[in-house]
Ligand binder design. Structure first.
Ligand code: 3Y8
Ligand code: NAP
Length: 251
């Protein structure tokens, strides 16, 4: 009897942990990146890069490759990919599980404001000029372009190819995982007063929160988009148990 044939949707530190666990288990799996960055971290699994072509494209891929189990370990803000995975698995009968890290929580000493969207975060910036660490990558920067009176610090995975939509900005190229000392130095060097972040959760990008706490920087946290119900676990071990359980039952 053949074991599961797995598609692992990646792009997070948890998906890298999952890939290592799958490689060690000897199970048949392929790792998938969207192709957002120039040189994504190499994985210990056969890797495909690029979109599938919507729900239909993903369903075709699942059928063509005899995929039996899909692990969605994408970032909590990769909502379109996660929605597509739910629909394509429902259409093909492929079993779906999400590997997701818990959201970050405000601590009592935090100057932390939760927002529903990046637009709300932009609107929440103060009237008076501020010095803002936009730790949201390079998509969505235009949402902040209306406020040219702030200084913006950006952290990008790849150097920007287009000019930034800001009058007064600096940027660093860094991929993470980030360290507390690095993020403390970054916030101090740029005299940051506000931090805008998406609630990624996990450890890879949490250092900026600890640095903000230490320096009394105001945290504007964009909370995660809602997703339809699906099976969610929070560790690669739980995913392996789910795979083993299913395999025993021959499903
Ligand atoms: C291409 C794969 C690892 C994984 C690293 C984690 C950590 C850094 C949190 C900050 C926040 C941000 C951004 C971030 C996080 C980890 C993890 C995580 C945030 C890589 C990766 C890919 C991407 C895509 C990229 C986005 C961008 C977002 C930078 C690889 C490094 C800001 C999200 O240039 C672009 O277009 C970049 C696009 C989507 C958000 C955006 O809108 O710009 N991630 N990030 C994946 C693919 O092609 O499928 O290149 O190796 C993965 C990681 N991103 O191996 O250590 O918690 O997992 N990535 C956010 O949370 O706001 C950084 O700087 O503090
Ligand atoms: P998204 O908006 O949810 O997805 C947009 C489209 O990108 C999807 O419909 C799909 O294209 C393609 N795609 C996304 N993830 C893919 C994957 N792992 N493999 C193959 N195709 C993928 O996704 P996103 O927010 O742009 O994120 C893209 C990648 O960056 C994901 O791997 C995600 O885990 C990672 N990431 C994102 C963030 C973030 O802030 N959004 C943060 C850290 C890491 P088709 O419809 O053509 O299939």
């Amino acid at each position: 009897m053949h074991g599961p044939i797995i598609l692992l949707l990646g792009g997070t530190s948890e998906s890298s942990q999952m890939a290592r666990a799958l490689a060690e288990s000897g199970l048949r799996a392929v790792f998938s990146y969207a192709g957002r960055t120039e040189a994504p971290r190499p994985q210990p699994l056969p890797t495909r890069i690029g979109g599938f072509g919507g729900v239909a494209g993903l369903a075709d891929y699942l059928r063509a490759h005899g995929i039996t189990h899909l692990i969605d370990a994408t970032h909590p803000f990769a909502a379109q990919m996660s929605r597509n995975a739910i629909e394509a698995c429902a259409a093909t009968g492929v079993k779906l599980i999400a590997l997701e890290r818990p959201a970050w929580q405000a601590e009592h000493s935090d100057d932390w404001q939760s927002l529903a969207t990046l637009e709300e975060a932009a609107a929440a910036l103060p009237e008076r000029p501020a010095r803002v660490f936009l730790a949201i990558g390079k998509q969505n920067l235009d949402l902040f372009a209306a406020r040219q009176d702030h200084f913006y610090l950006l952290r990008l995975v790849d150097a920007p190819v287009a000019p930034l939509p800001f009058r007064d900005a600096a940027w660093v190229v860094d991929r993470g995982p980030f360290s507390l000392e690095n993020d403390l130095a970054l916030l101090r060097a740029h005299r940051i007063t506000h931090l805008v972040a998406k609630n990624a959760g996990g450890i890879g990008a949490a250092a900026k929160l600890a640095a903000a706490r230490a320096l009394g920087v105001k945290i504007l946290m964009v909370e995660r988009p809602a997703l339809p119900a699906r099976r969610i676990v929070q560790s690669p071990e739980a995913v392996l148990a789910w795979l083993a359980h299913g395999a025993e039952r021959g499903v």
